[in-house]
Design a protein around this ligand. Structure first.
Ligand SMILES: Cc1cc2nc3c(=O)[nH]c(=O)nc-3n(C[C@H](O)[C@H](O)[C@H](O)COP(=O)(O)OP(=O)(O)OC[C@H]3O[C@@H](n4cnc5c(N)ncnc54)[C@H](O)[C@@H]3O)c2cc1C
Length: 178
């Protein structure tokens, strides 16, 4: 029987990949997460849910300020909107949440996080940062599944979870800061 180093490999650290990685690691699976961007979080944190809801909240506050009279409050003089300030707040909110979607946090949960753009060589082999990695199975998050370029159709359609042998990760570095 092969001696496997990891139980599951996940490509894409967006909402889907982070959820799977967190769950798998918490359940005790040896978990591997690969993200092609410089930080985790995906669309939800960087472009979708978080920025849009932060912007919507700002719009709601502005609307309330202008509607103060309707609530029996003194009217508020609203100056011109400074979108640079709004954008700065959006970035600061992202930074707060980024701590929860960080390599450090997922490492502390027991997952190994790698950054880079993997490419499938075949259904069991991924090339990452010049290294050849050979897991028997992997999981793709939704968006990642659209962008990974497999060399064979079979490589992109396998969706099995079973122990995998990413032997290159035997020498994986420890958690940042540890
Ligand atoms: C404006 C907007 C507002 C939204 N608001 C909400 C909301 O309020 N609530 C809600 O539930 N949903 C919301 N969504 C939807 C939400 O953002 C998506 O459902 C969610 O981001 C999907 O997560 P995902 O992990 O599948 O994909 P993504 O978030 O796209 O994550 C995929 C990750 O995979 C990485 N990746 C891609 N290719 C590779 C590769 N080859 N190798 C390694 N990594 C790779 C990407 O860099 C990314 O980090 C909103 C979307 C938008 C656009």
């Amino acid at each position: 029987m092969a001696n496997f180093d990891y139980d599951i490999g996940i490509l894409g650290g967006g909402a889907a990949g982070l959820t799977v990685a967190s769950g798998a690691a918490r359940l005790g699976a040896k978990t591997l997460l690969i993200e092609k961007e410089k930080s985790l979080g995906g669309d939800c944190l960087h472009f979708g849910c978080v920025p849009s809801k932060t912007l919507i909240q700002t719009a709601q506050v502005y609307h309330l300020m202008k509607s103060a009279g309707k609530f029996g409050l003194p009217a508020v003089e609203t100056g011109p909107v400074d979108f640079q300030a709004i954008a700065a707040r959006i970035r600061s909110v992202i930074q707060v949440i980024q701590k929860h979607d960080s390599e450090e946090r997922f490492c502390s949960l027991g997952a190994k996080v790698e950054f880079g753009e993997p490419a499938f060589e075949d259904e069991h082999t991924v090339r990452l940062n010049g290294r050849r990695i050979s897991p028997p199975s992997s999981r793709l998050s939704r968006a990642a599944s659209n962008s990974v370029k497999p060399r064979s159709r079979r490589a992109s359609t396998r969706r099995r979870v079973r122990p995998c042998s990413w032997t290159i990760w035997q020498s994986a570095s420890p958690c940042p800061g540890s």
